[in-house]
Design a protein around this ligand. Structure first.
Ligand SMILES: NC(=O)c1ccc[n+]([C@@H]2O[C@H](COP(=O)([O-])OP(=O)(O)OC[C@H]3O[C@@H](n4cnc5c(N)ncnc54)[C@H](OP(=O)(O)O)[C@@H]3O)[C@@H](O)[C@H]2O)c1
Length: 200
């Protein structure tokens, strides 16, 4: 398959590219990456897809949202989170079908904190839950057999602030959720990556 990964240089994206590359032709993209695209800039997404399409799968492992105590979260923090991780990926899913082959797939990224939050993630959990609703609903309307799924990892990697407090898994195990989305047949699903985590 010919697959675009947006966010290909990130913690998760790098592992997704590594997992897909032995079996597929992978095009790596991000704002500063080998191929340039910004999920918040529709014209940049269309330019990338126009240049490299048609493709069989489009993956987003990009986006961010405010991580702060609820008392410190401002309307601007929420709006930034909505504009970035939620609307950025919805934007991508909106433009993607025109560049996908029949029976192609869109895979977006949310996070398990929508289901099992920890303190300081009110904005992140809201965005992730919004992506879950979008994915289930969009799957009903995509044309030509195009599928859409949402990978929902817990904390990935080992950020210093975590200090072992929150359940986490490796980028390599997380990437298996993206393989499931791209190589499987499901649509409208939230893919819980935790079953792929190897026992510590
Ligand atoms: N790491 C975790 O623990 C974790 C857990 C659950 C969910 N997630 C979600 O998984 C996704 C990736 O997380 P990560 O930890 O791998 O992030 P990361 O290490 O910060 O990497 C982000 C990647 O996305 C690209 N990117 C950022 N903003 C972009 C934009 N506007 N348009 C296009 N590309 C953009 C970055 O490259 P450029 O800077 O070159 O654009 C980079 O390739 C995020 O949505 C995050 O919320 C992460």
């Amino acid at each position: 398959m010919k697959i675009i990964v947006i966010g290909a240089t990130g913690t998760i994206g790098k592992a997704v590219v590594a997992a897909l590359s032995p079996r597929h032709e992978v095009i790596s993209a991000s704002r500063n990456g080998p191929h340039k695209a910004d999920i918040q800039d529709t014209a940049s997404l269309e330019a990338l897809l126009e240049a490299v399409g048609p493709v069989d799968a489009i993956i987003s492992a990009a986006g961010g949202a405010a991580y702060k105590p609820l008392a410190d979260l401002t309307p601007a923090d929420f709006q930034m989170s909505f504009d970035y991780k939620l609307m950025g990926q919805i934007n991508l899913a909106r433009v993607a079908p025109a560049y996908l082959r029949d029976n192609g797939s869109i895979t977006l990224t949310a996070g398990w904190w929508a289901r099992e939050p920890v303190p300081n993630v009110a904005a992140i959990a809201t965005v992730n839950a919004g992506l879950e609703g979008f994915t289930r609903a969009a799957a009903l309307e995509l044309p030509r057999g195009i599928r859409i799924n949402l990978v929902s990892p817990p904390l990935v990697g080992a950020p210093e602030w975590n200090a072992g407090k929150v359940a986490r898994m490796t980028p390599e195990d997380t990437a298996k959720g993206y393989l499931e989305a791209v190589e499987g047949t499901a649509t409208g699903q939230v893919i819980d990556t935790r079953p792929y985590a190897k026992a510590a």
